[in-house]
Design a protein around this ligand. Sequence first.
Ligand code: ADP
Ligand code: MG
Length: 293
Amino acid sequence: STPVAIFCALTKAAMSGLLLKGGDYIETLSGIKTVAFDKTGTITRGEFTVTDFSVLDDTSIETLLYWVSSVESKSSHPMAAALVEYGMSHSINPIPENVDNFQIFPGEGVFGTIDGKDIYVGNRRIGARVGSEEVDCHMQFQSHEISTLKQYCEPTLVGVFSLADSCRSGVLEAIEELNLLGVRSVMLTGDSTQAAMYVQSQLNHALDIVHAELLPAEKAVIIENFKKDGLTAMIGDGINDASALASSDIGISMGISGSALANETGNAILMSNDIRKIPEAIRLARKTTRKLV
Ligand code: ADP
Ligand code: MG
């Protein structure tokens, strides 16, 4: 296609809210075989609320909330904000200055020392780091919510939180549209299998493939594998998926995301955060490059 046609397509895409950082990405989009989505912040809003909470030993609720919210106040993960807010709603103010040795374990959780106590907040993986036994928790799922287990270890598990997030509107339509275009849709997440399957069920099982409990580096390896089958796009918010974005043929970052990193890593920015613009852009790119729509 002519430079003018490419320019028109770039402009059209930009007007619909997808900024492409170069004309070559029109060609890439026209040939996409697989679209991989990050879950948290991409398929879902990444706005969590704590729906349930229990203390498993004789630690007081106040102490536990103080520890958890103080450590989380140093994290920019979407779950962290919900945990801090939850503490505040119980009149517990986080004290970030009291947290020493703060450390982030991407895809696992966070760590900090408060008053000489080692505090880990995160999923099963972080539990395994400190050797806490696993607990079975029954969570009640409410409609349009996605829950995730939160474990708190000291070094045994002393608290469990359920967090809920919800799917962005238009995601199901977007995935159905990708199906019509013959493009495979995939979800990659560092969250639990249970949370991933819950999102899949909210989407009428429309996603072709779901991978859960992934570390950031594992997301990138999966992208490399999809690339063996054809051109692969990755859409993410930059939180624990920057290397997957970089590995893909076209990395698309969510526009209004918690992470400036994604905007730098990505080859495109989805300003509107409207996933439906992805199949729309593929259609436009195919038209522009005169491939069959
Ligand atoms: P996703 O792949 O869905 O975008 P992330 O890779 O950001 O998810 O996080 C994966 C998992 O790691 C979360 O579901 C959570 O269990 C854990 N996690 C990450 N950061 C934190 C944090 N600050 N506090 C607690 N848990 C966290
Ligand atoms: Mg993410």
